[in-house]
Design a protein around this ligand. Sequence first.
Ligand SMILES: *Cc1c(COP(=O)(O)O)cnc(C)c1O
Length: 362
Amino acid sequence: MIQIQPSTHPASAEERAQRMTNPGFGRIFTDHMVVVPYKEGEGWGKGVLKAYGPIEMDPAASVLHYGQAIFEGFKAYKQQDGSIATFRPEANSRRFNTSAARLAMPDLPEAIFLEAAKALITQDQAWVPGAVGESLYMRPLMIGTEAALGVRPSNEYLFILMASPSGAYFPAGVKPVTVWISDDYVRAAPGGTGFAKCAGNYAASLVAQHQAKGEGCDQVVWLDAVTRNYIEEMGGMNMFFVYQENGVTTIATPELTGTLLPGITRDSLLQLARELGYRAEERKITVDEWRAAIKSGRMTEVFACGTAAVITPVGHVKSKRGEWSINKGETGPVAARLREALLNLQHGLAPDTHGWMKKIVG
Ligand SMILES: *Cc1c(COP(=O)(O)O)cnc(C)c1O
């Protein structure tokens, strides 16, 4: 059971309203957070919901030196009837534990993960924005906190759940992005941590993102580490390529090889696409195929997907291998239709035939 210790200094209604105007992504946080400690031999301890604020750690805490840190991201959405529901949180709980196992961190029972979410969303429900496309972004994380400099798994951990009201992830909205295909850096290699949502993957990606910015691009496209031919992901999102052939629409996404992060949005879109009458496939896609299929007109759209930004179209591609544009740099109809279908489902505007929505409040 999570012990509830409400903040003695929650934001006033005016302050909250002011902070929730144009919240952007991940910049403002609600009044509370949930913290659950773990000790080897004792397991997970008593969880507490308390005022959001700094946590104290020993400077020798292992996360600060050897990077045992994993995280997740899912969202709570206002429904039409005023209730609040989260989207596939059990899938995030499962992936959290897959990441934990890769980093030799302890398994967190799904019951604790879901109870923490329910406690925090219930307590801070006034922070859930109402408009379609807006949500309360939930950020769970786990870090190694034992004070010891020996290189081995930490004996102590902290699970933390925080919540951040969010508007559109990309400030420019669903305007297509320009991407830089990274030939100099890779995100993940076979046997590495590509399938895990660990902090280190992001740390190692930042220099490539910086390079992309320098090339006038918004995001990096990652290639496989071994052949540098196969497309893997875009920044922290999975990718889809749309083909139109003989009246058939196909969406194709790079298959999960162990170096890609298995996105829950990716999985959801594969299912939704088939219901909308598209063919959906998971396979290997090369940079050469991308360029050739755009040139021949077979490929009509490209987009990336993830919890934070939902669907982001790709309008232009730059790389050391050449440059090309997709759909004249405009958002295409398939990306728009899938985005609407997913958002409608998440906000309760379309029936939840998959049992993906988990009601939390109301
Ligand atoms: C989180 C993440 C995604 C998207 O996963 P979702 O479950 O759809 O949010 C894709 N790629 C990377 C590298 C990620 O970290």
